[in-house]
Design a protein around this ligand. Structure first.
Ligand code: ASP
Length: 597
């Protein structure tokens, strides 16, 4: 094989007349007017080559004429200007072509299961087929671009952290089972019969131990594993940019991550993003947007009407207030024409949160159309008009329930209405707009009604806000955690917290608040409590979802498009056919026996 002299996105007019050798894949072949044109593609791009029977030995010309797409070839020839009128401004090498003198076929490709050369056709190929033949799918220039961007961003992030004095430390993949969070993947130990490792859900405990170890600034682009029932855009293994620092406060993390994201946006998109990012409390986020990761690129904010309806004769509303709840509403501007199906979808959302139904008003032909309006007083109506800026063509939606539930119902409906309005061309969000924000002051604990116990909103290592520690035992719901989430365009990019670094407080959280028995605490976390008694600096950190970050930068809706070898929504790798059964001997070696169904 002749060594290539250029890659396939390199030749320009200035190379005309030069002898060159290119190697790559047959992207497309056209037979025109006795000539054969082959676009040769490599990772960088493509170049048109011309096979002219009058310049080439017959067997070489015939070989060129018979080549299937995606065969791997090496060609040598001379660069020439394309004749006027035949240039291709869509590709960077479009002014020139290579007149081939020699062709070597390095590998003949058989007929492909799907085409690689046409983004439109390839984009419509069933995803299972793409995943089964991932090596073909990744050849598509669109996918190659994603891989390149991912690599570039990872490098930029590593350089950024290095410049800030961070140490990149690898932490184990074989960890210990601590079944508090999501379900874990377990790995049986051959050497220790009946014992298991677990794959880490995140390097959380190790990074905290690195702080006790004096590392001060840790970073790792770390693989994490969660054996969850997969939701649409989740993967059982995923990558985080994982960070931990000592002797810091929340502000230090905000500064660091704002700097990182500035660097990443500049590297990937050439864009300058303004900092500092807006900060919004959990309370405010829920109150205004009904969600703890608000998309602030459009308004349609929730209004509170609790006071206005406290003594309303409409009992559904006044009753909710009397029961300690709230009345909230939003104005889906211009959506009075919502279809029956759309109203039903929204009603189902409300019901999924335990509501009995969904109250709404359509403002059409100067009239408020709704069975509930007759119960409203003039005062209530004018309060609604004022607070929601009601106009002809609007759709008003209500939730009357406990505060969190009412907010969450309307939060979900707000996003749904925004999608519908976008589809109707009544709401437009400029492409390339990025609304970053920090969500802060989350409650440290949430109450699980079913199991009648408190659990950590983030994870059990999150420190309470100092002035709230006094309420830990007396009024846990009042305690705010030093937890923060970074959100962009309604997507949670990551989250973290300042940690507890005193053994006693950590023990109280485990045993008295989370009600984990002292024996279990000792077995699972004893080493941490010990470490916290042997010189532990105050510390905190954050983790950013790297796959999600890259998907946002690539403008992809699915993280599968930015992971080289992702699994399906059912957790299978269709290319290698994994998971797969193992042999009886392997099971015996691991001291395992399968239950027969
Ligand atoms: N370990 C946490 C997570 O994976 C992030 C953090 O607190 O740093 O969500």
């Amino acid at each position: 094989m002749k060594k290539r002299t250029h890659h396939c996105n390199e030749l320009r007019t200035l190379h005309v007349g030069q002898p060159v050798t290119l190697a790559g894949w047959v992207h497309s072949r056209r037979d025109l007017g006795g000539l054969v044109f082959i676009d040769i593609r490599d990772r960088e791009g493509r170049t048109q080559t011309v096979f002219d029977p009058s310049e080439l030995a017959k067997p070489a010309f015939e070989l060129a004429s018979s080549l299937h797409s995606e065969s791997v070839v090496s060609i040598s020839g001379k660069v020439q200007q394309r004749p006027t009128g035949t240039t291709n401004p869509k590709i960077e090498t479009g002014d020139v072509e290579v007149l081939v003198g020699e062709l070597e076929v390095l590998n003949h490709a058989e007929v492909l299961p799907f085409p690689v050369d046409d983004p439109e056709v390839a984009g419509k190929v069933n995803e299972e087929l793409r995943l089964q033949y991932r090596y073909l799918d990744l050849r598509r220039p669109e996918m190659a671009r994603n891989l390149k961007l991912r690599s570039k961003v990872a490098t930029a992030a590593r350089v950024f952290f290095d410049q800030q004095g961070f140490l990149d430390v690898e932490t184990p993949t074989l960890f210990k089972s601590t079944p508090e969070g999501a379900r874990e993947f377990l790995v049986p130990s051959r050497v220790h019969p009946g014992q298991f490792y677990a794959l880490p859900q995140s390097p959380q405990q190790f990074k905290q131990m690195l702080m006790v170890a004096g590392v001060e600034k840790y970073v790792q682009i770390a693989r994490c594993y969660r054996d969850e029932d997969l939701r649409a855009d989740r993967q059982p293994e995923f990558t985080q940019v994982d960070v931990e620092m000592s002797f810091i406060e929340r502000e230090d993390i905000y500064n660091l991550i704002e700097g990182l994201l500035q660097c990443v946006w500049k590297t990937a998109l050439g864009r300058d993003i303004p900092v500092p990012f807006r900060r919004i409390s959990f309370q405010e986020a829920l109150n205004q947007y009904g969600i703890d990761k608000p998309d602030t690129r459009f308004g349609m904010e929730l209004a509170d009407l609790t006071e206005e309806f406290r003594s309303s004769s409409f009992k559904v509303f006044s009753g909710a207030v009397a029961a300690g709840g709230v009345v909230k509403a939003l104005n889906a501007k211009g959506l009075a024409g919502a279809t029956q199906g759309q109203i039903e979808t929204m009603t189902e959302y409300a019901k999924s949160f335990g509501a009995k139904g969904l109250a709404f008003i359509k403002v059409e032909h100067g009239e408020w159309k709704s069975p509930i309006v007759k119960f409203f007083s003039e005062g209530e109506k004018s309060a609604l008009t004022r607070k929601l800026a009601i106009e002809e063509g609007d759709l008003i939606l209500f939730a009357a329930d406990q505060w969190l539930t009412a907010c969450e119902i309307l939060g979900k409906i707000r996003l749904y209405c925004a999608d519908v309005l976008k589809g109707l061309g009544k709401l437009s969000i400029p492409a390339g707009r990025f609304d970053f924000l920090w969500v802060v002051d989350f409650p440290l604990l949430s109450f699980d009604k079913e199991n009648n116990r408190w659990y950590s909103s983030h994870h059990p290592f999150t420190a309470p806000v100092a002035e709230d520690i006094a309420f830990l035992k007396t009024d846990p719901k009042k305690v705010r955690g030093q937890h923060y989430d970074i959100v962009v365009n309604g997507v949670e990019l990551g989250g973290g917290s300042i940690r507890i670094h005193q053994s006693e407080i950590q023990k109280t959280i485990f045993e008295q608040i989370l009600q984990i028995s002292p024996e279990v605490v000792q077995a699972r976390f004893g080493y941490m409590l010990n470490a916290f008694r042997l010189g532990c600096p105050p510390h905190g950190g954050i983790a950013l979802g790297f796959d999600r970050l890259i998907a946002i930068l690539c403008g992809s809706t699915s993280i599968r498009d930015v992971i080289a070898f992702p699994k399906t929504a059912k957790g299978t790798d269709l290319m290698t056919q994994s998971p797969s059964p193992i042999e009886a001997k392997q099971l015996r070696d691991l001291h395992l026996q399968l239950l027969r169904p």
